[in-house]
Design a protein around this ligand. Structure first.
Ligand code: ADP
Ligand code: MG
Length: 241
């Protein structure tokens, strides 16, 4: 569903942020990406929908080359749900209107249909009772769950998460991870940058460890947590505990 083929990305001339990444994520697979701060995790995940351009290599979503100049980026981005660390909800729109916006604007869905879809998604993330609340009236965890629902409203082929819980108060992390876990169980293809190792252990099919723009370890959670091969991965894990 997602394929990175020998990806290179430079910022300016000297910062080789992504250095020859190869990675395949199968349909329905959940891959957790972890690694030290500044290692290139955000840059890598942002290349998938071309929020970052690449200088070398190819990225495919379901067989479509995203970095091909002929690819329609709006269409591509509609198929790739993206949830950021900061929720980025539209502050002037209610929760339900945030979710309805893209289906109506991009897909031309009728309002009644979009409302029904959005309500179903709000139910899925446990927030049907907050449909008419504005982002400022919601907790961080609730806002992030609305953001996930908004991503799902376009019926994406893949969902990308970039540290979705790292801006949250500790007591709200669980509710967001629960929504992500349910989504994983429903068969969604997911690429998640997260340091929530409990989530990785429980939900991920594979863990990918990135350092200095390279994937230096790729393993099942079981292997990665009990027997990391690489010294830098061992170090990273020991700092988390
Ligand atoms: P991570 O998400 O793993 O913390 P990033 O992907 O954000 O790492 O950053 C990887 C490297 O690229 C870092 O050295 C960072 O400073 C640099 N970088 C990220 N975004 C930009 C940018 N827009 N311009 C210049 N350098 C950047
Ligand atoms: Mg990052």
């Amino acid at each position: 569903m997602i394929r990175f083929e020998n990806i290179h990305k430079w910022f300016g001339k000297d910062l080789h942020a992504i250095n020859g990444v190869n990675l395949e994520i199968a349909k329905g697979e959940v891959v957790v990406v972890c690694g030290p701060s500044g290692s290139g995790k955000s840059t890598l995940i942002r290349t998938v929908n071309q929020l970052e351009t690449i200088q070398e290599g190819n990225i495919y979503i379901d067989g479509v080359c995203v970095n091909d100049h002929k690819t329609d980026l709006n269409k591509l981005r509609a198929e790739v749900g993206f949830v950021f660390q900061h929720f980025n909800l539209y502050p002037h729109l209610s929760a339900i209107d945030n979710i309805m916006l893209s289906p109506m604007k991009v897909r031309g869905m009728k309002e009644t249909e979009a409302r029904e879809l959005a309500m179903g998604l709000l139910e899925k993330v446990g927030l049907a009772h907050k449909a008419e609340s504005f982002p400022s009236q919601l907790s961080g965890g609730q806002q992030q769950r609305v953001a996930i629902a908004r991503g799902l409203a376009m019926q994406p082929k893949v969902m990308l998460f970039d540290e979705p819980t790292s801006a949250l108060d500790p007591e709200m992390i669980g509710e967001v991870l629960k929504v992500m876990k349910d989504l994983a169980l429903s068969g969604m293809t997911m690429m998640c940058v997260t340091h929530e190792m409990g989530f990785a252990r429980e939900v991920a099919d594979r863990v990918v460890f990135v350092d200095h723009g390279e994937i230096i370890e790729e393993a099942t959670p079981e292997e990665f947590f009990t027997n990391p091969k690489h010294e830098r991965a061992k170090q990273f894990l020991s700092q988390l505990r």
